[in-house]
Write a protein that binds this ligand. Structure first.
Ligand SMILES: O=C(O)c1cc(=O)[nH]c(=O)n1[C@@H]1O[C@H](COP(=O)(O)O)[C@@H](O)[C@H]1O
Length: 271
């Protein structure tokens, strides 16, 4: 199923716009998993199982796996999601960006090796570096636009002669020129609701991946009001650490489920 369709269905069936981010840090794992060679898989599998009812997507961050030499565990997790939670889109957060020939390999990595439904990419090197991802017609290409970190302003706020900041150029290009597959989305940080609204005004109903609530302190009602589309949906609002590490004790599964449910409900209350 194509990415946008899978996402639409997930929004509807789970009544949720929460994306659960997988940033597994073994140092923060509960005691029962310490020292196990499959700890990353088991931690993430449990998190997925308990949070899936409250989520519209799962977003594994690839560096947390590759830094631990655990790409095999990420592969196994993606297979697990496809088998046990087939309605849940997998967003591989890799933030790739390189010349076309290399991008072809990154696209194969995301869409073949990990079977992701979508991948995050940087637009910094221009359209020809995005084309290899877009040639996978059913796959989502999620383009960095206005990132959640403070340093994002260093480049994203640079203005062209008519006063338009770079991040809005990215939004316009994504909506008007680059979206050849109809599967593009944009990353906009919850830490900047005003800019979310400006991006939404430029891109119609295009999906937005919005990290920055939870551990980064973004305001949920302001985010939802700024980012919802004409259907009252249109957002994958990501929370990673606030869910993964809601408790370091024996009740870590229940605490993660509770955090996911509370976040889903807070998002829905603002719709
Ligand atoms: O693409 C992302 O997911 C992303 C974009 C962005 O602008 N800011 C951002 O924090 N993220 C990711 O969101 C995750 C952090 O989420 P929290 O733990 O909820 O703060 C990490 O995987 C980041 O790489």
């Amino acid at each position: 199923m194509i990415f946008t369709q899978k996402l639409q269905q997930a929004w509807a069936t789970s009544n949720s716009m929460l994306t659960v981010g997988l940033d597994p840090d073994p140092q923060r794992f509960p005691a029962e998993l310490q020292g196990r060679s499959d700890a990353i898989f088991e931690f993430c599998r449990a998190i997925i199982d308990v949070t899936a009812p409250y989520a519209c997507a799962i977003k594994p961050q690839i560096a947390y796996f590759s830094a631990q030499r655990a790409e095999d565990q990420l592969e196994a997790l993606c297979n697990y999601i496809l088998e046990h939670h087939p309605g849940l889109p997998i967003v591989l957060d890799a933030k790739r960006g390189d010349i076309g020939s290399t991008a072809e390999q990154y696209a194969r990595e995301a869409f073949e090796r990990y079977q992701a439904d979508a991948v995050t990419v940087s637009p910094y090197m221009g359209f020809d570096t995005l084309e290899p991802y877009l040639s996978w017609k059913s796959k989502g290409v999620i383009i960095l636009c206005r990132t959640s970190n403070t340093g994002g302003s260093d480049l994203q706020f640079i203005e062209s002669a008519d006063g338009t900041p770079l991040y809005l150029h990215v939004a316009s290009l994504a909506a008007e020129k680059w979206n050849t597959s109809g599967q593009c989305a944009l990353v906009v940080g919850a830490t900047f609701p005003e800019e979310i609204a400006r991006v939404r005004a430029r891109v119609g109903d295009m999906p937005l991946l919005i990290p920055g609530i939870g551990a980064q302190g973004g305001d949920i009602p302001a985010t939802v009001k700024a980012g919802r589309n004409s259907q009252g949906t249109g957002m994958m609002i990501n929370s990673s650490r606030a869910i993964l590490y809601a408790s370091g004790g024996d009740n870590w599964r229940e605490a993660a489920a509770q955090a996911a449910r509370a976040t889903r409900d807070a998002i829905n209350a603002a719709r």
